[in-house]
Design a protein around this ligand. Structure first.
Ligand code: GLC
Length: 616
């Protein structure tokens, strides 16, 4: 029997590559030998600190590496405060989470942040402390324990690109301590920042223009890709990587199952580049993956890569050198909303064909809405061939979803409307974007029913995709936009708060009253989740292809696994359509319970069908 400990044994598998990447990244530094040993010491410390229960789970997951890949994981993302006040509150509400058939929750940032200027929690001032009003680290451990008991996985953000300007390091940097200034990007004057600005685009052109912030006290400049109070960390300094890795492992030791690496494409900066997706970013993500595989191999990495399609998949890494376990299916999400506005499914069909041609090992998180805005990152080359030019099309989408377009049902709000680039993004809840808000207001029953169908059709499309579906908290009960953020000076200039309102438990109680909007949406989603779990055609390994429905507004997708085949139809138009089947087959619609024997399938306006093929 080997005398090596588990830690040593796991480390021995990765040490060569880890050291190689580390030494390459820090090739210009003569302290790299020392700093590498410090990193290994932290890893060993965190491994020893890890509770037995978590180590046992690590071992179980190592024996079942694909534990998260089946068709049974359903996610929900929520704000602790908005959902249940604090962490103890979330624990009390886990019954509701289970009622939603959700077994993976992503709690939005809950680590310590300044009271104002916190970017919804994404400006962390202490990575080792929970925000006081939400609870303590112990509450977090207790919540994670209770989640484990119920088989619910817990996901937390790891905001690694930046700290708040009220973080200890930033305060010490402000006091002029060189060691801490070196953890950020400090410049004496604007000459270097000006060179960065030549090639580095802006993330928040309206709410936080530019990538640098002038420090009034000293006249220096600090790099702030996001808000001026979010100071970019300099991963060119090995101390930053070591300390931040330690903060990450501290979180995983609290029982967190999934780490969402926030804004990961931005973590390495270089003059003359766009400071996104640089090769060093991939080296760092790969190192983090190996570090977790040594210390906490049961933990998954979810990369937040909100980028054009060809930039996203590389974050999975390769089979031999994997990086993230999971990524967001962001282009599909944006293309879905586009399809709803234009009532034409050719772009989404092309997008699905691209995603479906990727290796089946890739796990995407599918979603309709999240806490952020919808950016119109669409395939404009393709749209051009269909007569749609980028700038006017974005304007059309924004007009459409803000309800300005003639005949629109939508109630979104613009986000970071950039008059120079003529670019703006969009905010709003699924229900409000689908027309439920407008229809409730006008009292038009027909419109309301249509809006509910639209909402369910979109959810049904999201749930039909391979990967992990993630519901944005509130969407399961058709939560509407919340405009109260406009009265709060801390939030008023950030329209993302329109879809971050407090969970309305009173309205959510309506899910139990037959026929209410909340009930129709809740039960509709719930039923689809049941079907999804019961049928193996929903496994990731299933073959998925799109088919020509013969109608521009009806999307047809087929999933098959073994002897099971399910063909889905989604009618993105408010008109009834008749779809001809390609083959002489009989189906059973798992959603409506109808048998479909005719060659001409009736697709009512905005409806969907998940049709199981009956063997004849
Ligand atoms: C991510 C978050 C977003 C935040 C940004 C800066 O994109 O999703 O909400 O503003 O990072 O941390």
């Amino acid at each position: 029997m080997s005398s090596k400990t588990t830690f040593e044994e796991r480390l021995s598998r990765h040490i060569d590559e880890l050291k190689w990447l580390y030494f390459e990244l820090y090739s210009g530094r003569d302290d790299r030998e020392k700093s590498f040993s410090e990193l290994l010491e932290k890893m060993s410390f965190r491994f020893n600190e890890r509770e037995d229960e978590l180590k046992k789970l690590d071992e179980e997951r190592l024996c079942n590496k694909d534990w998260y890949k089946g068709n049974s994981i359903v996610g929900m993302m929520l704000y602790t405060e908005a959902f249940a006040g604090n962490l103890k509150g979330v624990r009390k509400k886990l019954d509701y989470i289970e009622e939603c058939k959700v077994n993976y929750i992503h709690l939005m940032p809950l680590l310590d942040t300044p009271k104002t200027k916190n970017d919804g929690g994404y400006a962390v001032s202490d990575f080792r402390k929970v925000r006081e009003d939400l609870g303590t680290m112990e509450d977090l451990s207790e919540l994670s324990r209770e989640c484990r008991r119920r088989g619910i996985s817990l996901c937390l953000d790891f905001v690694m690109n930046h700290t708040s300007n009220e973080h200890e390091w930033a305060k010490r940097a402000l006091r002029g301590e060189k060691e801490y200034k070196d953890r950020y990007f400090f410049f004496e004057d604007y000459s270097i920042p000006a060179r960065f600005e030549e090639t580095c685009p802006q993330v928040f052109p309206q709410t936080a223009p530019g990538n640098f912030t002038r420090i009034e006290e000293t006249g220096e400049y600090v790099m702030t890709t996001f808000y001026p109070y979010q100071w970019d960390l300099n991963y060119g300094n090995p101390a930053v990587l070591t300390e931040m890795t330690d903060c990450l492992l501290n979180l995983t030791n609290k029982g967190v199952d999934v780490i969402r690496i926030d804004a990961v494409p931005y973590i390495w900066k270089e003059i003359g580049t766009n400071c996104r997706n640089l090769k060093q970013v991939h080296s760092i993500v790969r190192m983090i993956r190996m570090i977790c595989e040594v210390v906490c191999p049961g933990v998954l990495l979810l990369g937040e890569v909100v980028m054009e399609p060809d930039k996203v998949a590389p974050y999975f890494g390769t089979v031999e050198k994997p990086e993230c376990h999971m990524l967001y299916n962001v282009t599909t999400m944006a293309s879905t909303w586009h399809s709803l506005a234009v009532k034409d499914v050719s772009l989404i069909r092309k997008q699905l064909d691209t995603v479906n041609s990727l290796p089946k090992e890739y796990t995407f998180l599918n979603y309709l809405r999240c806490h952020d805005d919808i950016g119109w990152g669409l395939d404009y080359e393709f749209l051009k061939s269909q007569g749609m030019e980028e700038i006017p099309h974005k304007k059309f989408l924004n007009d459409f979803f803000t309800g300005r377009y003639e005949g629109s049902f939508s109630r979104g709000e613009l986000y970071n409307d950039d008059p120079v680039l003529m670019d703006a993004r969009l905010c709003g809840t699924t229900a409000s974007l689908c027309g439920i808000e407008a229809a409730k207001e006008s009292g038009d029953k027909e419109q309301l029913s249509e809006a509910v169908d639209r909402d369910l059709m979109l959810h049904g499309f999201m749930l039909f995709q391979s990967g992990i579906p993630v519901i944005y908290s509130g969407d399961e009960v058709a939560e509407l936009n919340d405009y109260s953020y406009k009265d709060d000076p801390k939030k008023a200039d950030d329209s993302r708060y329109v879809h971050r309102g407090a969970f309305n438990w009173r309205r959510a109680a309506q899910r139990k009253r037959k026929g209410t909007v909340e009930n129709r949406i809740f039960e509709g989603i719930s039923r689809m989740l049941d079907i999804r779990r019961e049928h193996k055609a929903f496994l990731n390994e299933a073959d998925v292809r799109t088919l020509d429905s013969g109608d521009a507004s009806v999307l047809c997708i087929e999933r098959s696994f073994g002897d099971e085949s399910i063909t889905a139809l989604f009618n993105f138009s408010p008109e009834e359509k008749i779809i001809k089947t390609h083959e002489d087959a009989k189906f059973y619609d798992l959603i409506s319970g109808e048998s479909i024997e005719s060659e001409n399938i009736v697709m009512p306006p905005l409806k969907l069908r998940w049709m199981l093929k009956i063997n004849q």
